[in-house]
Design a protein. Structure first.
Length: 358
């Protein structure tokens, strides 16, 4: 980033931050200091409250997220002082534990130093390995074929199961990546069972409790935090209609349909649709039974409409990406389907990173 663009972004964010937090009287002095720092050192450090609020506004601005009603409730673990590998891993393990919170999941972000070239190789802190078989089929989550190969290259022992959690891999710029297995006592996998279709329970499917995105860059006031893993709680369809159902993921619809006794050659029988509903019901049922926070897509849609009203009241336009906000099943039964949205990207925000092996 050029110094000019950093200065512009810093100014825009600090103005927003000090205005929304009613600290206008402190702005001028702070802006002077930031300008000096950018001039002398080419960068500046966000104050604790500036970073804290920035993570929240970045969530508020996340056009693809349906769960933004709760944007103010982000828990921020400020880990910017850490540098050594051991402390980084310890902080990530702490995040997993703190966010899970015995099942009452807390939206949490850990922010690591932006200037030390730290990045997390995994797309999420929790994720299942994928193994290619000799016949070309894949055991596990095909999303992680490349990551699994990288882990094996680094010396991780493949376990050949369908739901093996991968280790966490951290890379510091110019150094070989380092991996560590997640301590077993921090991990909760939910066994997926259906309230009345035993054949679905018999598939022994599992999913992890907490989705912790770790491959997006948090940008606040022009400062780019490459390592800033954050999590919410799951919406059921993410697991039931995508992770377990997509053809390039676990691709389970044909198996579930057959178990349900449906004819998968009859296009008019809507076997995919029927299988989807049951799989999604199983996901919601299992998480609730296990005491792990999850939301169904109908309630999430209602909450998003409430978020839109709340933002309007505060005089802000909501930006959103319709194709992401509308749930992947039963779209037209939710209010968000019938709502127009503007996909404009504002800052602060979370941005995609390239995969490290690309
Ligand atoms: N869709 C991703 C997954 O299935 C997780 C994305 C974040 N989801 C969330 N509910 N905060 O793992």
């Amino acid at each position: 980033m050029t110094e000019r663009s950093l200065r512009e972004k810093a100014k825009a964010y600090l103005e927003l931050c000090y205005r929304e937090l009613s600290k206008e009287d402190l702005f001028e002095e702070r802006w002077c200091k930031v300008q000096n720092s950018i001039e002398e050192q080419g960068t500046y450090e966000l104050l604790d409250f500036e970073l804290d609020y920035g993570t929240k506004v970045a969530w508020r601005n996340s056009n693809k997220c349906i769960g933004r009603l709760f944007w103010r409730s982000m828990e921020v673990l400020d880990q910017r002082s850490l540098g050594s590998m051991d402390t980084l891993f310890a902080a990530l393990f702490e995040h997993i534990d703190f966010a899970y919170n015995g099942g009452n999941i807390r939206s949490t972000i850990s922010v690591f130093n932006a200037h030390k070239g730290i990045r997390i190789v995994n797309p999420q802190l929790l994720g299942f390995a994928a193994y290619e078989q000799e016949d070309g089929s894949v055991v596990g989550d095909p999303k992680h074929l490349m990551l699994t190969k990288e882990c094996v290259k680094l010396g991780w022992e493949p376990k050949m199961g369908a739901f093996d959690l991968l280790p966490i891999v951290i890379q510091k710029e110019g150094e070989t990546p380092v991996w560590k297995e997640i301590p077993k006592d921090l991990i909760t996998l939910v066994s997926i069972e259906h309230p009345n279709i035993k054949a679905i329970s018999d598939l022994n499917l599992k999913w992890y409790a907490t989705p912790i995105i770790s491959n997006m860059t948090l940008e606040v006031g022009g400062i780019e935090f490459m390592a800033a893993p954050f999590n919410g709680w799951y919406m059921g369809t993410e697991i039931g209609a995508r992770n377990l159902a997509d053809e390039d993921r676990y691709n389970l619809l044909p198996i579930v349909a057959e178990k349900m006794g449906l004819d998968i050659r009859d296009k008019n029988a809507l076997w995919k649709d029927r299988a989807l509903v049951e799989l999604n019901q199983a996901v919601l049922y299992s998480f609730r039974k296990a005491g792990v926070k999850i939301i169904d897509h109908h309630s999430a849609s209602k909450q998003f409409m409430q978020f839109m009203r709340q933002e309007a009241k505060e005089g802000r336009d909501v930006t959103a990406d319709w194709s992401w906000i509308v749930p992947p099943t039963s779209g037209s039964t939710t209010k968000v389907f019938h709502t127009e949205m503007q996909d404009i990207i504002n800052s602060p925000n979370y941005f995609y990173q390239e995969d490290p092996w690309d």
